[in-house]
Design a protein. Sequence first.
Length: 572
Amino acid sequence: MSLYRNSVPYRNAHGYRRGHLAGLGYRFGLPYRNPLAYRPTESSSGVVAPGARNGDGLRWRKAIAQGRAVAAPILGVAAHDQAAGLSWATARPKNAFVALMLRQQAARQGACDARWADTAEHHDHSSAFAYLHGTPYQAAHTMPWGDIRNAHQIQAALPYAHPRPHAIGIAARWGELATHARENTSTWRALVARGAMLALPWSALQARTADTIIVWPPTPPIDPGTILVPDLPVYVMLPTMTAVRLPDRTPLPLLSISMTAEAGTFDWSFSAPIAPAAIDLVNPDDGSQPEIEVMVNGFLWTFVVEGYDDNRRFGSRTYTLRGRSRTAQLAAPFAAARTYTEQQQRTASQLAEQEMPPGWTLVWDTVDWLVPGGTWSYQDLTPIEAVSQLAASVGAVVRSDPQAREVRVEPQYRHSPWEWAAAAPYAILPAAAIGDGSSSWRGGTNAEAVYVYAQNAPTGALVRRAGTAGATQLPMIVDPLAVHADAQRERGRQALAADGRAREVQRTIPLFPSPAPPGMPDLGVVPVGSLLEFEEVDGIWRGQVSAVRIDAQRTGEAFSVRQHLTLERQYR
């Protein structure tokens, strides 16, 4: 980090005493203003003196009252060294200003660095160098550059500027600067508050400009997987909704629709008013299982129509369709229940996979463990109920894809609530993107430990939250499938996570269309179980989504789409 153009805050080329500044390698007669106000085109060349003409031998013009000191021709740096025997490291008293003020000094001297303080010691009062005794600026300018604090206090009114190329070679080393900042009260934040510019080591010094302010300490970077919703004054969207009957894709005149997914259920559910003239297109009274496809703002859902409500008033009659996602075909009344016992040794994911009928896919996305033969058995369960029982043994939940024939087994709490502050959220939403909301107290004990044992087996474990004494404990958990340490640990973690003191928070946000237009976030439908961060006017907080409801409503000629979230906000 270096101060100003030549690391010296010269105010005016003629503002110093005649014997101390005359003949400096600055552009003759140029009024030196605030160094930040200069443009690159106003910088004078350091190799060719200002005002020199081609063919004049590159002779420095006679300076005021210093002609005898500067009349020697300077044909080049190498020639000057040979003719005058002048060393860059040890400047002669009368020629110190010639040796030091050439702009390309740092590039030409190689490993020889001329220190300002060392140079000042070689000067006498007859030298035309500015770092001399008898001037009011000496105290601030003859000290080593390592003493940044005092120099900054003297020149606090002027911010640190982008160092010119000649100053890079004489700038203080980053290690010395950082050490000084730690040992003194003049911290990085104080410098920034004064309008300073910090040249950080991972950025090229020449890349910094006078209008660049580096805030220290820097803001932690956002995880690449986190969706950042921009803070905009207005979010403009054109909501859309279409519905067709499958498989022939006959259009359905739905008046509106509301779709819901909750943490305690394994599928999406919907309700949608429909005109009476179209009820025969999807009437399930004959025992069929009509399927419909709904698209809202570019997002698809596929539902099985299970029934409808008949709404009659004087002079009007409407029907409201009801149903669930395709996962309902794995539950009653569409799927038959059975009784089963597995005699072979299988993993939990294998036991769940064999419950899937042809055409269905299972995604096991939680802890997996080995289950001995004869341990897994059930009576009168449908396929989705059997998978749910396997998932519940480790505190996991079953969720369905809104469109495909896919079942997912996921942890109820992917991130433990006591680790939410350090975890990467699914998305960050500003206050401008949040609509109405409310909250209610849910309670909890913030338990620290729980015993988990396998039924009819001697294995068990005390699952305790790390860093706690385990004083507050939940009642013992006994499960026939908790026969492995991994399963016991995960079951205990989920139980402790669900017992935290919490509020149930409702927030309304837009359903941004897909594909996202330029400048808009690709947030889409927020998955149940995802961790969100809200930057609201009264503070920043995080919560886990426990329910999602999509409402596409018609009010007269207007049509709107909203996404209503229910979140669990814990206090640990």
